[in-house]
Design a protein around this ligand. Structure first.
Ligand code: FJE
Ligand code: FE
Length: 294
């Protein structure tokens, strides 16, 4: 019943090192986010800088703001968001769609609800290696219908990046990462390999599950679980309802991280440079001064 891609047990299973409940806070203009990675309790899980579960209704949102030095991955859980950037790019992502934005040397954009009611999603920030921080911005947009999916023994997965159940996503990432959305039916179990040496965490979207070892205390919605070293993650859904969670893992960059809001660089001097470039419209921010989304 087991195949080579999904061993029933791991030589060195990853256990839960830390579990943190993400509380709601304000961000942008009247928007509410539950910040797990990037909050004070979990500053950084190299190469991940931030994970926000956002719930936003008009007129709130994330109006015009810059980014430099990392990638943002926006995954819609429910609803629609429109992004517009300073090079005239505009698009809307809907439930199940992904926008992968490599900010590189600079992007100025707005991210706003595109429908009435509460628009929900996850935004993950992935750091770039120092050699990649100043590259040209680029986007990958993946519609829900084009996201690789697989299902096995009561476990369904949507593979944003990486490989699960022998299925691989076509998305390309500069910093090697995996990012997937699992839904486990009651009574199911999962054994997902994760490359040794990568840092990994789980964010529970809905329901509750047992992570890492069979007798662990269950973790429930809005908790972020940071995994220890090892070759894979085991999960059991012993509850009576579906369990949905995001799993993210990535190769650590092991470089200094200096963050000032939406700029993430390797030194104070580079942050100062980023703020000046944004202010004076240089080094990638040339189009910033004459642009506004409104
Ligand atoms: C930001 C101002 C911002 N979490 N989750 C300052 F507007 C933002 C920002 C977001 C964001 C956007 C979406 Cl769609 C979802 C988010 C923060 O855009 F990060 C800073 N520092
Ligand atoms: Fe943004």
């Amino acid at each position: 019943m087991s195949s080579s891609s999904t061993p029933v047990t791991f030589e060195n299973p990853r256990k839960v090192m830390k579990k943190v409940l993400s509380l709601s806070q304000s961000e942008g203009d009247g928007a509410t986010v539950r910040r797990s990675i990037g909050g004070c309790e979990l500053r950084n899980v190299d190469p991940f800088l931030l994970l926000d579960e956002f719930s936003v209704s008009k007129p709130a949102g994330f109006p015009d703001h810059p980014h430099r030095g990392f990638e943002t991955v926006t995954y819609m859980l429910d609803g629609a968001f429109t992004h517009q950037d300073f090079s005239g790019r505009k698009g809307t992502i809907r439930t199940g769609d992904v926008q992968w934005m490599m900010a590189g040397r600079g992007i100025v954009h707005s991210e706003m609800p595109a429908a009435d009611g509460v628009q929900k999603g996850l935004q993950l920030w992935i750091n770039l290696a120092s050699k990649d921080k100043m590259i040209e911005p680029r986007y990958q947009e993946i519609e829900s219908k084009d996201i690789s999916q697989a299902e096995k023994d009561g476990v369904a997965v949507r593979i944003i990046v990486g490989e699960a159940f022998g299925v691989r996503s076509p998305v390309y990432t500069r910093t090697p990462t995996m990012y997937m959305d699992f839904t486990m039916q009651p009574g199911s179990q999962l054994h997902q390999p994760i490359p040794e040496g990568w840092n990994a965490f789980v964010y529970i979207i809905e329901g509750e599950g047992v992570f890492g070892k069979e007798n662990a205390v269950p973790a429930s919605a809005h908790h972020c679980v940071v995994l220890g070293a090892g070759d894979g993650l085991s999960v059991w859904n012993r509850s009576g309802a579906p369990l949905r969670f995001a799993l993210a893992a990535g190769q650590p960059l092991n470089e200094p991280v200096v963050q000032q809001g939406p700029f993430v660089m390797n030194s104070r001097a580079q942050i100062q440079q980023a703020m000046e470039d944004y202010y004076y419209g240089r080094n990638g921010f040339e189009k910033a001064s004459q642009w506004s989304s409104a």
